[in-house]
Design a binder for this molecule. Structure first.
Ligand SMILES: [Zn+2]
Length: 275
């Protein structure tokens, strides 16, 4: 819509210029035809660019689950696939920052940026949610349980190479800070991916961060999916400085950029053909 309306004034401008060139009565017919032609050309150009814009947005953001047909195509093309899971959503805000930031919003913002970056690198990115809504039905009794089960179902159905679940941390003390990546205890691939992402976080976001990737055997997502999965806790909302950073779109972009670099490093280490 924006693109079309942005072009309309141009169409108007061209019309005015041509109209101002009236030369003779005979010429007026040609003039009208020319104006029509130019108008059509400008309109088609506008439609073309609007269409392209829409295509770019849809493709790059991967804002929906994959169809079966797309999944077949992807496997034929030997294309890597990552499920990008934005934690929480809807009636579940996740952690709440000291100054009121909601984890669910930060998770979604980072996840969307990450999906775009992955798609630009020719990696299929499938998001578990693209809006501020959970994966539960409005009338479900146990919304959280249904939400988590559906995330797992989507992960299993998509058959991704890896899953990266985006979260934010919180602690009792305001001084605690630093991004940290978790993997399922005993998962070699999970550890490999988590180590790479942790290293990216440290080098790209905060060289003072002394945290290491950590095994966990109690998080539901880690326990319930058979896929290689990590949970990336990108920072602490209980730390005012980190909360402020995590709410800043340019910092969210930095976080997504580091995650995507780490993911590419991990995927490059995989032999797609031999899987
Ligand atoms: Zn969370």
């Amino acid at each position: 819509m924006c693109v079309v309306s942005a072009h309309n004034p141009r169409a108007g401008a061209i019309y005015m210029v041509v109209k101002g060139r009236g030369v003779s009565d005979m010429g007026q017919r040609w003039q009208r035809e020319l104006v029509k032609l130019l108008g059509t050309a400008v309109f088609l150009t506008a439609v073309f660019f609007a269409g392209r814009q829409a295509a770019v947005m849809t493709d790059s953001a991967a804002l929906r689950a994959e169809t079966e047909e797309e999944k077949d195509d992807r496997s034929k093309m030997q294309k890597f696939c990552v499920v990008v899971d934005a934690g929480h959503g809807g009636n579940d805000p996740g952690k709440v920052g000291v100054n009121g930031a909601l984890e669910k919003d930060i998770n979604l913002a980072i996840a969307k940026r990450l999906a775009v970056l992955l798609e630009q690198a020719d990696v299929k990115a499938v998001m578990t949610r693209t809006q501020d809504s959970g994966l539960y039905d409005a009338d479900a009794d146990r919304k959280k349980v249904q939400d988590m089960k559906r995330r797992i179902e989507l992960m299993e159905k998509t058959e991704p190479d890896i899953v990266v679940s985006i979260h934010q941390n919180s602690y009792d003390g305001a001084s605690v800070s630093g991004a940290q990546v978790f993997y399922y205890t005993g998962s070699e691939e999970g550890k490999k991916l988590a180590d790479i992402l942790q290293a990216q976080f440290i080098s790209g976001l905060d060289p003072e961060n002394r945290r290491e990737a950590r095994a966990n055997d109690s998080y539901y997502l880690l326990r319930k999916t058979g896929r290689t999965i990590v949970i990336a806790e990108c920072g602490f909302l209980s730390n005012p400085r980190e909360e402020e950073l995590l709410c800043d779109p340019s910092y969210q972009e930095k976080v997504a950029w580091q995650l995507h670099l780490g993911i590419l490093r991990y995927l490059n280490g995989m032999e797609k053909e031999q899987r």
